[in-house]
Design a protein around this ligand. Sequence first.
Ligand code: AMP
Length: 545
Amino acid sequence: MMQQESRTLADVLEYAAVFHGQVELVSRRVEDGRLHRYNYAQALQRTRQLARALRGWGVKPGDRIATMAWNTHRHFEAWYAITGLGAICHTVNPRLFDTQLEFILNHAQDLLLLVDLSFLPIVERLRSKLPCLKAVVVLSDEACMPATDRPDVLCYESWIGGETDEVDWPRLEPDTPSSLCYTSGTTGNPKGVLYTHRSNLLHADVVNNSGVFGISCADSVLMAVPMFHANSWGLAYSCPMAGAKLIMPGAQLDGESIFELLDEHQVSFSAGVPTVWSNLLQSLRGTDRKLPCLREVVTGGSAVPRWMIETFDREYGVRLVHAWGMTEMSPTGTSSRLKTYMQSWSYERQLEMRVKQGHPVYGVAMKIVDDNGSQLPHDGASMGRLLVKGPWVVRRYFREDHDCVDADGWLDTGDIATIDPHGFMQITDRAKDLIKSGGEWISSVELENLAAGHPAVKLAAVIGVASEKWGERPLLVVEAERQASVTAEEILDGLRGKVAKWWLPDAVAFVDEIPLTATGKINKRLLRQQFRDRRPTADKESTVP
Ligand code: AMP
């Protein structure tokens, strides 16, 4: 008989501090862009100080503490201190629009908000609308603190500075909630996915497998996926678990800054959305700079273009691995790695497989079904709704009163996919018609509603068009009222100020008639086909129909 020991997330850092204590964590400071360097032993010490400061503020198990922050050492400390106390670390995505942020922070009833200097203007705009929020902790030292006489605005370094590092972490049940991440991937209000210690530990363990990230203590890892989106793909846990060197890019995700970190810290592994890698490739183009230490990059969040895999292969000798997942899955679901018998295939044939989203990682059950719920064959051609289940897949959204899975526990991902005889899944469409730009969602419905508000617009449809840089960019397709005269600029003016700037469609295309389905809904599939070859441009069309 074996022991019934369970582990908490705090145990991960305690382990790293004892057995990989001298391994470095490097992070780019938000204040001045300089690098902050320390090791796992020191990270634990400061995490414990923070835990004491949080306790001093009366933080109890189950309380929600929000962070709105880049990937930095302070954010890393916050993840471990908050969850270590049994409280819930709510990572807030600062790229969301104000109304969504207000909804999320109030829905989660966050007591404290730990925020980077870059996001203070957001907090200033929203502060009076957040009745639960008791204090704001600025992730900064005194020297960089903005002038304020508010007693409820604290300086992180001073706050934890006076604390000792003596903490008795509570023993927590494995299913204790640890972290909360809202997904804007559906229409309507964002929904909260509440991870637990168990789900996070299992997921982090699995992504460290060689079939997924394959990280070990021999690796130097650049965490280019933000900690405020989709649980940073588990990396903030899996790196200390493996004893890997961890590099956090702060606010600077541009190609030059990413290259600097890859080069200076001999990064061997990294993960991030395709936009980060297209920025990197762009900044390397035309130079003789190479990436000799980088063995592998995992990318996902939106489909990876074939050219990107080929460029990394041919020009830099770096393996780019395609993966798929979602916030609801902690987020890892699949990864696209070639099997033994595929090693002898031609490069072209291998590429065919590598552009697919890949096979599920062990622990995730996956199937495709038709509209009646009947399972479809793994023939690479049958297209169906993609369903998943597993121990790190959501069952019920935070503060909802019903499960979001069917009676057998299957979650409908909203993606439409095929699965081939090799077990490789490929996303072919999105049931939820959202647009993913730079790794973030843009709601087509919201843009359509606003555009349709213009009196000269009869019908508006927003679709994503492929963008080399952003993955997708929104294109607004407009059917104007007959006789009406309207320009693209006039329509876009109606959207400005009502949505985040980066949501604004790159272009407006006027058509005589927007195609409708049999049930009178806009036929986006047809529209996407029609504009398949369209590439986003900065210049707006100003056609008057
Ligand atoms: P999020 O919860 O924001 O990470 O979004 C999850 C959704 O992003 C999935 O349901 C997919 O629609 C999309 N997605 C994630 N990874 C990929 C990928 N590799 N290829 C295509 N779409 C993806």
